[in-house]
Ligand binder design. Structure first.
Ligand code: UT7
Length: 329
């Protein structure tokens, strides 16, 4: 019988420092009203006090391991667009800080779809009999990449981390990740970029700082279209009708994207789990943070059927379908 990946642990952590829309409106030509109505964001958490991506990942990873009742996992996959340094990868430091020295640990960079790419990697490691347990962490310090003077990007992004533990199991268990579909299209690479600091900029002698630029309207349109398509593809793969889905736990880039997606799928707006108002866009961390929010607020319950779509830089996109397990968190 095929070995399935079953989610058995969940953890989340955001740095304590909060920046509200009003805080930003005091610094930029923007307003709480514009940010809330155009994005759904009310505040974001921002690293400071010497914290960085490794610290966020360790906090979320430790909580996920505790939730799973494990002291370590066979593999660690860290999904991040904001590693602490270009070299070394951040995953090994996270593993050692979690007491997992010696365990294979590596970074996966897939923009805002990073968590799904990490999930699929973990699932494949389990299905391929390479690992029995995998810790998948999504951690980001995106506020370090925004141009502080750019009202078009600074209000959107936040810092945080979420993590899950996958274990070997069977498809009929609650928590089974039943289907994942991933895609990419490099012809859309200019939608969201951080040019500064990369090899292309260095080779050209360009010393501009590393700042995010995003073509917002075009990204919005691609996000809604591709997230709808890949959600339908994933539901067909696992044999669920859309009416059998309880929650859409999508990448949190914009509340309007999540509501538009629910509408196009024929679901009620309330079936979209929206957590962006508290944390902003946290890229690879956003789906596990939204899962955690859904569980602690009592919306996501054992036995619920979830679909989790994302779209982001690359362009990359994908979706996962799973049932929700009984968890200690
Ligand atoms: O996570 C990866 C995937 N990312 C996404 O999926 C993000 C997708 N895009 C979006 O969520 C939205 O496009 C944004 C939130 C980025 C922007 O919202 P929008 O409704 O598409 O606004 P816009 O960029 O079309 O700008 C509308 C107006 C512009 O002014 P004019 O040209 O109409 O005079 C902007 O200059 O709003 C202005 N604007 C702002 N005004 C106040 C842009 N940012 C701000 C701001 N405060 N912070």
């Amino acid at each position: 019988m095929a070995r399935s990946a079953v989610l058995c642990g969940l953890g989340a952590w955001v740095p304590p420092h909060v920046v509200t829309n009003d805080d930003l409106a005091a610094l930029l030509d923007t307003s709480d009203e514009w940010i809330r109505t155009r994005t759904g964001i009310r505040q974001r958490h921002v690293i400071g006090d010497g914290l960085s991506t490794v610290d966020l990942a360790v906090e979320a990873g430790a909580r996920a391991l505790k939730s799973a009742g494990l002291s370590e996992a066979d593999y660690l996959v860290l999904a991040t667009t904001t590693p602490d340094r270009l070299c070394p990868p951040t995953g090994p430091e996270v593993a050692t800080r979690l007491g997992m020295t010696g365990v294979p640990a590596f970074d996966v960079a897939a923009g805002c779809s990073g968590f799904l790419y990490g999930l699929q990697t973990g699932r494949a490691l389990i299905a391929g009999e390479i690992a029995d347990t995998v810790l998948v962490i999504g951690a980001e310090s995106l506020t370090t990449l925004v141009d502080p003077d750019d009202r078009g990007t600074r209000p959107l992004f936040g810092d945080g981390a979420g993590a899950v533990v996958l274990r070997m199991g069977a498809d009929d268990e609650l928590g089974a990740v039943l289907g994942v579909n991933l895609h990419s299209d490099g012809s859309l690479s200019e939608l969201i970029t951080v040019a500064g600091g990369g090899a292309r900029a260095r080779a050209a002698g360009d010393t501009a700082p590393a700042h995010i630029t995003m073509h917002g309207r075009a990204t919005f349109a691609h996000a809604v279209k591709h997230m709808e398509e890949v959600t339908r593809q994933t539901l067909a793969q696992v044999g669920w009708d859309i009416t059998e889905v309880d929650h859409v736990v999508g990448h949190q880039a914009n509340a309007r994207i999540l509501h538009a997606l629910a509408k196009r799928l024929g679901l009620a707006e309330e079936q979209a789990v929206v957590h962006i108002e508290e944390v902003g866009n946290t890229a690879s961390a956003s789906i596990p943070l939204a899962l955690h929010h859904g569980v602690v607020t009592g919306r996501i319950k054992p036995g619920d059927r979830l679909v989790m779509p994302a779209f982001g830089a690359g362009a990359t996109w994908g979706a996962a379908a799973m049932t929700w397990p009984q968890l200690e968190i």
